[in-house]
Design a protein around this ligand. Structure first.
Ligand SMILES: N[C@@H](CCC(=O)N[C@@H](CS)C(=O)NCC(=O)O)C(=O)O
Length: 219
């Protein structure tokens, strides 16, 4: 088995799961039960120092962090511009923008009480405003249809964005703070194309998801 992916159903491992399916490589998905303490077990902490998911066993050793795993799989399996490609610089810029500027802010939209229990509403509201601003920037670049965000081609950045769109719609701390992919047509097109591909449908099913799981998820 080339890869073993450790995750929890419908957690951040979903993106790596879709990437593995798109890559068409041999892998095993291991789902852990967070309520059993499995994430904090010595075995799992050896894979992920914070006892979180995803973690991935690779032929080059164990990995953790969604962004690192997606970049690794993308470069190895043709789901991202490779070293030397003229569009790699732009791809890397926007990949890190999503990993660093979007992903943690989505976590604040979903779990603002981790920042401040008393001011959760304010934290989530600020996160929402930041996300809308940053999604607009991402929408603008997606509208230029770079190869690495082309809805017609699977790629790790489109997969990553699709998962975050799911979370922003399905899991905001308060329902009125939800962000809809429909408000960002170029991003919606990427997520809609992704969720229609057999690879993503297989990965979603393994995570207990069906239907329009990226663009119109049930919270
Ligand atoms: N920056 C990390 C964040 C990982 C993370 O927060 N994972 C969450 C799921 S989305 C988790 O494992 N939660 C389980 C827990 O908190 O016990 C990454 O992108 O991999």
């Amino acid at each position: 088995m080339a890869y073993r992916l450790y995750g929890v159903q419908d957690f951040a491992n979903l993106a790596a799961h879709v990437a593995l399916e798109e890559a068409g490589v041999a892998y095993e998905a291991v789902f852990l039960d967070p309520d059993s303490g499995a994430l904090k077990s010595p075995d799992h902490v050896a894979r992920h120092p914070m006892g979180l998911v995803p973690a991935l066993d690779t032929p080059d050793g164990p990995m953790f962090e969604t962004g690192a795993i997606l970049l690794y799989l993308g470069e190895r399996h043709g789901l991202a511009p490779s070293q030397g490609a003229s569009d790699r610089a732009a791809f890397l810029s926007w990949f890190v923008f999503v990993n660093n500027g979007l992903h943690p802010v989505v976590m604040d939209l979903i779990h603002p009480y981790r920042v401040s229990e008393e001011h959760a509403r304010i934290v989530a509201g600020v996160a929402r405003a930041r996300l809308v601003e940053r999604l607009a920037a991402l929408e603008a670049v997606a509208g230029t249809r770079p190869r690495w965000l082309d809805p017609a081609q699977p790629g790790v950045l489109g997969i990553y964005i699709s998962m975050l769109l799911r979370w922003m719609r399905a899991f905001p701390w308060a329902a009125d703070l939800a962000i809809s992919a429909q408000d960002f047509p170029a991003l919606h097109a990427i997520a809609a194309a992704c969720e229609a591909r057999p690879a993503a449908i297989r990965a979603a099913a393994a995570n207990g998801l069906s239907g329009r799981f990226f663009t119109d998820p049930e919270g």
